[in-house]
Design a protein around this ligand. Structure first.
Ligand code: ADP
Ligand code: MG
Length: 215
């Protein structure tokens, strides 16, 4: 899925958080949203994932305008296309690993896709463990396993390497790059040089607007 921001701005209250952001993200490639802390990377990522409506400009998916669409259209977008790896990982701590991947009760013995998804992220054999027992890096890989399981065509990732040690960082970088190689559109907000280097494109966030929004 080709996902594009066209001159997107987000204003919350009187605060212009992002402005004039245009980026084109295509299948098979990983795009980095880069800029210093506070430059609006997370905000643009959420906008591209239809979690947050832009105040100005628009988001298109395969050329069709999807920003400002009905909640039904957005639900279809999330159900059929998009997967998120956000900063709190979106993991349900008091459910087992298998439930977190499939988002329903499933018997891994009978679900080859589930086993393959966990194997892909290096969590083989962990199906029955409570998600709360996993480390931060493992939880993040679990969130990726969910995207692999659903065969998501669009993956939106917020600062995936921020809280990881060097070994986990390298693993996570290569897993996301690999997900793109398999044909998905991958968008990553990051300020990690290793992650940025692994991306096919870098989108530099615009500097903050010089003047605050006036009433
Ligand atoms: N809901 C909100 N209300 C008010 N300010 C916000 C909100 N979300 C983000 N901001 C502010 O917008 C700026 C950009 O935030 P963010 O998108 O998280 O940047 P980044 O991910 O690049 O660090 C920050 O100054 C942040 O405090
Ligand atoms: Mg952020």
């Amino acid at each position: 899925m080709i996902i594009e921001a066209h001159d997107v701005g987000v204003t919350i209250g009187r605060h212009q958080i992002i402005h004039g952001e245009s980026v084109r993200c295509v299948p098979g490639e990983m795009t980095a949203l880069i800029g210093p802390s506070g430059s609006g990377k997370t905000t643009l990522l959420h906008t591209l994932g239809l979690l947050l409506p832009p105040t100005s400009g628009r988001i298109t998916a395969d050329g069709a305008v999807v920003s400002g669409s009905s909640s039904r259209t957005r639900r279809t977008f999330w159900r059929d296309h998009a997967a998120f790896v956000l900063q709190d990982y979106g993991i349900i701590d008091d459910e087992p690993v298998a439930f977190n991947v499939a988002m329903r009760k499933t018997r891994s013995g009978a679900d080859r896709t589930l086993r393959a998804s966990l194997e892909h992220v290096g969590l083989s054999g962990r199906e029955g463990e409570l998600a709360s027992h996993l480390s931060g890096g493992e939880k993040q890989r679990l969130a990726l396993a969910r995207a692999v399981y659903r065969d998501a065509s669009l993956l939106l990732v917020d600062e995936p390497t921020a809280s990881l040690d060097a070994d986990n960082r390298q693993l996570v970088v290569s897993l996301f790059a690999d997900f793109a190689r398999r044909g998905a559109t991958v968008i990553v907000s990051t300020h990690d040089d290793e992650m940025i280097a692994a991306c096919d494109h870098q989108h530099q966030m615009n500097a903050p607007a010089a003047v605050a929004v006036t009433r």
